[in-house]
Design a protein around this ligand. Structure first.
Ligand SMILES: NC(=O)c1ccc[n+]([C@@H]2O[C@H](COP(=O)([O-])OP(=O)(O)OC[C@H]3O[C@@H](n4cnc5c(N)ncnc54)[C@H](O)[C@@H]3O)[C@@H](O)[C@H]2O)c1
Ligand SMILES: [Zn+2]
Length: 369
């Protein structure tokens, strides 16, 4: 990547006392990485964890950019895809780390999408009881959501994200230029999390998305920068208020109880995270009409924006109702195996609810098919 930083990056602060950090968002940041790392006073030796799609495009330029600041890095790559968010891949990395000569001042850079961010974050949290972590998200999903907030971890065959930790990065560097090489389907998948942020927290932003979604999906630079910044602000605000999800933070899971259930049932093959949560948000909007007072009109707008962005709104025949219900109960947000859903009272305001009954679930699933 040849680009140079264009203008000052946008800066969003995540306020968490001594664990506070900045999110820098902008075009051409990758080539300036050494400069942005300097204030963190990390060691001069680190490791980049990335995947097989991202490595050939961005690991070389990043290594070069770090080299200019006197920083040397090793590159470890995992196969692209959700399957790599596993104990097996974590183990493969742990086996390699001792030979790299890292010490407690060394750091980990997670260069990639949410899979790499979650996996590399988990490795950073565990190795030598914690190495400094820098998130460099390269997918839209990772830039607007997963790189911020400190949830790291891997999946088990029994379900998503069942092993993990809260481990905040020291810095998030989101170079929006990297989105240019993201496949269109992945871009849309990330856009599902963008819609989520508007739906749960900012009706004005949701309205703006209804007008401008085409500009975002066409990667118009101003539109993309605005979307990444606003989502990071929303996530930073929610995480700062409730780092460990004892309350408010759960609203970030709108659409996720069902989305995770579908991802888990499809064994993470063929269904992207954003596609699962798109269907989850459509059903969530229907459940919200039943149990949280969302108007039919606003529920319709959630479905319409999802559909207009080319994301799926209906489950189709591929999931058996009983299996979905069982998987939704297994979701780690469930309490005493009671169904827990994030519902919308109105656009921009979400609540966590135990009010959804099995009968509601069955009825809404029928409508959403
Ligand atoms: N930790 C959190 O708070 C949090 C929040 C939301 C989602 N997640 C997790 O994030 C994961 C999904 O993230 P994702 O959608 O980024 O998936 P991903 O990491 O699998 O990336 C999607 C695909 O795009 C490729 N890719 C990434 N950047 C690219 C680029 N710039 N150019 C070309 N190809 C590129 C990847 O190799 C992969 O094939 C899920 O595991 C989900 O559970 C975590
Ligand atoms: Zn998500």
């Amino acid at each position: 990547m040849q680009s140079k930083a264009k203008g000052a990056p946008r800066r969003v602060r995540v306020d968490l006392g001594e664990r506070s950090y900045d999110i820098l968002i902008g075009s051409g940041l990758l080539s300036q990485t050494a400069e942005y790392l300097r204030p963190l006073k990390l060691g001069k030796h680190g490791v980049i964890i990335t995947d097989t799609n991202v490595e050939p495009r961005y690991a070389g330029p990043l290594r070069e950019a770090l080299g200019k600041g006197g920083i040397t890095v090793e590159v470890l790559s995992v196969p692209a895809g959700e399957g790599s968010k596993s104990l097996r891949q974590a183990d493969r990395i742990f086996e390699k780390l001792p030979s790299l000569g890292l010490d407690r001042q060394s750091f980990v850079i997670a260069l990639g999408g949410g899979v790499v961010g979650d996996l590399a974050g988990f490795v950073a949290a565990s190795y030598l009881r914690g190495l400094a972590l820098v998130q460099m998200p390269t997918s839209l999903l990772a830039q607007v959501d997963s790189s911020v907030g400190g949830k790291v971890g891997v999946n088990l065959p029994q379900g998503k994200n069942l092993v993990g930790a809260f481990y905040q990065p020291r810095l998030v560097l989101a170079d929006t230029d990297t989105l240019a090489t993201l496949p269109a389907r992945e871009l849309r998948s990330g856009f599902a999390e963008v819609i989520k942020h508007g739906a749960i927290r900012d009706a004005g932003f949701f309205e703006w998305l209804e007008r401008e979604y085409k500009q975002v999906l066409a990667l118009h630079p101003d539109a993309v920068a605005r979307v990444v910044r606003r989502c990071c602000e929303i996530k930073a605000e929610v995480v700062s208020a409730d780092e460990r999800e004892s309350g408010l933070r759960a609203i970030l899971n709108f659409g996720h109880t069902l989305g995770h259930a579908m991802e888990s049932l499809s064994e993470y093959v063929g269904l992207l995270h954003g596609e699962g949560i798109s269907m989850g948000m459509c059903c969530g909007a229907r459940l919200s009409v039943k149990r949280a007072g969302l108007s039919e009109e606003e529920a319709g707008r959630v479905g319409d924006l999802i559909a207009a962005s080319g994301l799926p709104t209906r489950l189709g025949g591929s999931f058996k109702l009983e299996e979905l219900l069982a998987a939704a109960r297994l979701d780690k947000k469930a309490r005493n195996s009671k169904l827990r859903f994030v519902l919308l009272k109105r656009l921009g305001e979400a609540v966590v609810s135990d009010a959804v009954t099995d009968a509601d679930f069955v009825e809404v699933m029928d409508v959403c098919r």
